[in-house]
Write a protein that binds this ligand. Sequence first.
Ligand code: NDP
Length: 314
Amino acid sequence: MNEAIERVKVLIIGSGPAGYTAAIYAARAGMSPVLYTGGQPGGQLTITTDVENYPGYPDGIMGPEMMEDFRKQAERFGTQVRYGMVTAVDFSAQPHVITVDDQKTIHADTVIISTGASAKWLGLESETRLNGKGVSACAVCDGFFFRGQEVAIVGAGDTACEEAAYLANICSKVYMIVRRDEMRASQIMQKRVMNNPKIEILWNTETDEILGEDEVKGVRILNNKTGEKREISISGFFVAIGHQPNTAIFKDFIHMDQSGYIKTIPGSTRTNIEGVFACGDAQDNVYRQAVTAAGTGCMAALDAERFLAEQENH
Ligand code: NDP
């Protein structure tokens, strides 16, 4: 039982573009980083298809493939990539104490938080009950099950548009449920859905209930201008209404905004705790792109390196 507690210089939590980029830089700086992947190794890009806006890939690349490349590059320079979930932290003293899978304890001189964000849900009882039985937050993962069938997607951001267009390639019809009379998505993405004959946009519309006992059979929608309710027959219901940062385990120590995004000191990845840095979507409510996440991952590794150098000089 008295297993020696492992001590690491840099512990990276999360395996999206931010975490792996931090790992590449930390490994190349000789800091022997240990990276825990979390529950979704590779992060959000592993549930997307083509990534067309990451510089260096003129023909685009599939998200999962890109994240494999990130992992290989991090490992090439000596990062230890481990499959596991950080379940608790204690940042009250140096070194920081990290618990993995409720079992293993690690002492870390520096911690880089790159835990990203996860999909939000509407919060309907029927949505929870039918999750995995026709309700999904990932068109790319589950769209195939509804080949040739009619589906609905909720949301009006870039994600909803991208997923609606993806579903339209597979399904016979896609209803897009939009709660206002305009979309938040970029113009180019809006045009893509509006010009797609297989996508019908239902403006000023909310989801009243998802219908079906053991599988999705339809959805009852409410027009919030007229108060009219009606039922549409569908077999897949997709939710694409944004994300929330995966930061709950840090809340007792780290300063965050009201939505749970970690506050960093402007121009750096430093948090309110010495030696703890945050990068990627866990601290970015504005840009939320793979390339910006990677950029802040690089910053976090450089900040950690400087912090360790200062400690050694004292
Ligand atoms: P966003 O936060 O941008 O959009 C969320 C959408 O969901 C909004 O239209 C919002 O409506 C709607 N919504 C939120 N809550 C509810 C609810 N309870 N019921 C109904 N609708 C709801 O999230 P995204 O995931 O779309 O995008 C996140 C970020 O990622 C953005 O910056 C986006 O630009 C970027 N992104 C870029 C892509 C690309 O460039 N290829 C692809 C995908 C994402 P309302 O507008 O009324 O608030």
